[in-house]
Design a protein around this ligand. Structure first.
Ligand code: NAP
Ligand code: MG
Length: 402
């Protein structure tokens, strides 16, 4: 078979620990034998971030603006222990945070659904994708402990020095307060990313907030979505035969539990943080969750939702072979390759991505899987494979399909 050509590169962001090990295996076994892989390579491994004072992360985000598609390996977000372990010059920020700030996007997380790994919720038949707004609210809030009686106020001072005040509470005892904010441009780009992504995967979009209680804050989110939908997306949605649906967050939670899946659920920052953990664990495993950052400017960055699987890596360093699940990282690659193919009009590349996904799923459904899945599968007598054996088994399945 002739290798598939890739005229335009995609941005490849290498990463850390066990996922870096899987990264190479995936390229060697599942990609380069079949594709003339064309990537612009950025090493986001912690050592190289340290050598470049994290410039490499910024460069990789800039390259994503140029080529529009990136695939990223999981990376370490340094904490105090990592600063010591890697002898870092400083405690660098999370690469995902840096990239998100540069591309201004929304993160969509979707479970990979396979037969034999049944969701805890019986009626979920199709994936539920969570879109989490990644700016502001409680994550950028300012808090204060109130020591005792006194008045707490919200004060806004405009550029001319005019003040607007609102009493938060007249305290008669000790207590706590918190000031949250968001900015309209970020809410607008969140809305546009959600509408664009719904169109790109042809699924309904749900959005929910607590606007009945939060009549200004949450209501602004509701209004921004409604205005942008009416003005820019209503007709496109009708044409695509999909729906935009707004409801109260409590109602959304109740409906999600009764639904079949197959839609996108847009969440404010905190709701998305909490609900994505609920969705991923209810669907089976964090190792089967994909993640894509979609920017309103049309840039796409694909990755696995899990981290660098540090515990497995230490075993690997000890010479042990691990059964780390590569599926979400494979799907990060297939997502990026399919998008590259779509943007460049390469049907071959898109079909290859589809087949590699099908081969991964079929391998599991045929009973061959990594340890994390074997522990939760409903299939009888699963064969537990080490990462490399599992990737080779996927290759065998793939070769039969090609
Ligand atoms: P993690 O890498 O997601 O792993 C947590 C645990 O989940 C693992 O110990 C393992 O459980 C299980 N697991 C996750 N992915 C798996 C896979 N592919 N196959 C099998 N099991 C899997 O989280 P962490 O250990 O808390 O974090 C490690 C590093 O990742 C941290 O430095 C963090 O900063 C970074 N991180 C990066 C990203 C990102 O780049 N997007 C996201 C999250 C975390 P068992 O040990 O029980 O087998
Ligand atoms: Mg969380």
């Amino acid at each position: 078979m002739e290798k598939i050509k890739m005229p335009t590169p995609l941005v490849e962001m290498d990463g850390d620990e066990m996922t870096r090990v899987l990264w190479k295996m995936i390229k060697d076994e599942l990609l380069t034998p079949f594709i003339e892989l064309n990537t612009e390579y950025y090493d986001l491994g912690l050592e190289h971030r340290n050598e470049t004072d994290d410039q490499v992360t910024i460069d990789s985000a800039e390259a994503t603006k140029k080529y529009k598609v990136a695939v990223k390996c999981a990376t370490i977000t340094p904490n105090a222990a990592r600063v010591e372990e890697y002898n870092l010059k400083k405690m660098y920020k999370s690469p995902n945070g840096t990239i998100r700030a540069a591309l201004d996007g929304t993160v969509f997380r979707a479970p990979i659904v396979v037969k034999g790994i049944e969701p805890c919720v019986r009626n979920w038949k199709k994936p539920i994708t969570i879109a989490r707004h990644a700016y502001g609210d409680v994550y950028k809030s300012v808090e204060m402990k109130i020591p005792g009686a006194g008045k707490a106020e919200l004060v806004y001072t405009d550029e001319n020095g005019n003040e607007t005040r609102e009493t938060i509470h007249n305290f008669t005892s000790a207590g706590v307060i918190q000031g949250q904010h968001n900015v309209t441009p970020s809410i607008e780009s969140f809305a546009r990313s959600c509408f664009e992504y719904a169109l790109s995967i042809n699924q309904d979009l749900w959005f929910a907030t607590k606007d009945t209680i939060s009549k200004k804050y949450d209501h602004t989110f509701k209004d921004v979505f409604a205005e942008i939908f009416e003005a820019e997306y209503k007709e496109k949605f009708e044409k695509a035969g999909i729906e935009y649906f707004y409801t109260l967050i409590d109602d959304a939670v109740a409906r999600v539990m009764k639904a079949e899946g197959g839609f996108i659920w847009a969440c404010k920052n905190y709701d998305g943080d909490v609900m994505s953990d609920m969705i991923s664990s209810a669907f089976g495993s964090l190792a089967m969750m994909t993640s894509v950052l979609v920017s309103p400017h049309g840039y796409y960055e694909y990755e696995a939702a899990h981290g660098t699987v540090q515990r497995h890596y230490y075993k690997y360093l000890n010479g042990e072979r691990t059964s780390t699940n590569p599926v979400a990282t494979i799907f990060a690659w297939t997502g990026a390759l399919r998008k590259r193919g779509e943007l460049d009009g390469s049907k071959e590349l898109m079909e290859f991505a589809d087949k590699l996904e099908k081969a991964s799923i079929k391998t599991i459904e045929d009973g061959k899987m990594t340890g994390d899945l074997a522990r939760i599968t409903s299939l009888k007598k699963p064969v537990v494979l080490e990462s490399e054996e599992f990737i080779k088994a996927i290759r065998t399945t793939l070769e039969k399909m090609l």
